[in-house]
Design a binder for this molecule. Structure first.
Ligand SMILES: [Zn+2]
Length: 288
């Protein structure tokens, strides 16, 4: 027998949905570029980019105007650092808003030419919500040798990064340069750029900056250990398998395991808070 919806519940649901919709903060995709650029979310992301820039400079991972940071705002926009600025000196007004084609749609400064690299990563992998590119000396030294650091030596590096990729050399700032990372961007969150530096992606700017720290610290420690003059001991293979199982649960990529399923951005969003509100209002009405 077909279930007849309770008319009171339906009426309450309509009223609650109308109130929630009226109070809802619009998503960045629904806003004009200037409104998206000045939204609360964008302001918060700008502050995060500035904090990450200071950390990169203080750790000496960026030299001169080198390095760049970006993050996605909704699905249509990207906040990015400008060209020709030290990552030590960024102010909120310096961070521009770009569309997914690299056109600056809000902000007075020119974007970094390496924004093309960031956009290729975002288009290829929806898990990437933030990208950090910099020139940390020990990791960059590996890129000069045409090799990535070996794996199986430090557990934290295995968990957060694992095998780093090495992208071939191309002239920075060009489309050809941006495309060098494409073969690696699904299975690696950390890519060495030959004769140049590194690029890391993650779900947030803070986490992408952490990856640069973990990579650089690992490369430095490895090179110091090699100077001790004793053979290095490796983490046993069965313990590496435990780490890979953990990475799968955490949603971290690793070239040693099956690719992660693509996130379904079109999946309907269940709103448990709204359902709870409806139930509370209906039970109040029934008590009267
Ligand atoms: Zn660079």
């Amino acid at each position: 027998m077909q279930q007849i919806a309770n008319p009171i519940t339906e009426q309450v649901r309509e009223v609650v949905e109308a109130v929630v919709e009226a109070l809802r903060v619009p998503k960045p995709d629904e806003l004009s570029p200037s409104a998206a650029s000045s939204s609360f979310e964008a302001e918060s992301l700008r502050a995060e980019i500035i904090r990450a820039g200071r950390k990169l400079w203080e750790r000496q991972y960026v030299d001169g105007n080198g390095g760049n940071i970006s993050c996605r705002v909704g699905t249509k926009y990207v906040l990015c650092t400008p060209t020709m600025m030290s990552k030590r000196d960024l102010e909120p007004a310096d961070i521009c808003l770009s569309d997914m084609e690299g056109n600056i749609v809000a902000g007075d400064r020119l974007s970094t030419s390496e924004l093309l690299l960031h956009l290729e990563i975002y288009r290829a992998n929806p898990r990437a919500r933030a990208v950090v590119h910099c020139h940390p000396p020990y990791a960059t030294a590996f890129s000069l040798t045409g090799t990535a650091p070996p794996v199986g030596l430090i557990s934290e590096y295995e968990i957060f990064i694992g095998p780093a990729a090495l992208a071939r050399y191309e002239t920075p700032g060009t489309h050809a340069f941006a495309e060098t990372v494409l073969p690696f961007v699904q299975d690696h969150n950390t890519i060495l750029l030959a004769n140049h530096g590194v690029v890391c992606w993650s779900d947030t700017v803070t986490h992408a900056e952490w990856l640069t720290e973990i990579l650089e610290s690992y490369c430095k420690t490895y090179l110091i250990a090699k100077q001790i003059g004793k053979p290095l001991t490796h983490i046993p293979e069965e313990k590496i398998q435990e780490i890979l199982a953990l990475k799968r649960r955490l949603g971290f990529p690793d070239a040693r395991m099956e690719p992660l399923p693509k996130p379904d951005e079109a999946a309907p969003v269940v709103n448990p808070e709204l359902e709870k509100l409806v139930r509370q209002v209906v039970s109040r009405l029934e008590e009267r």
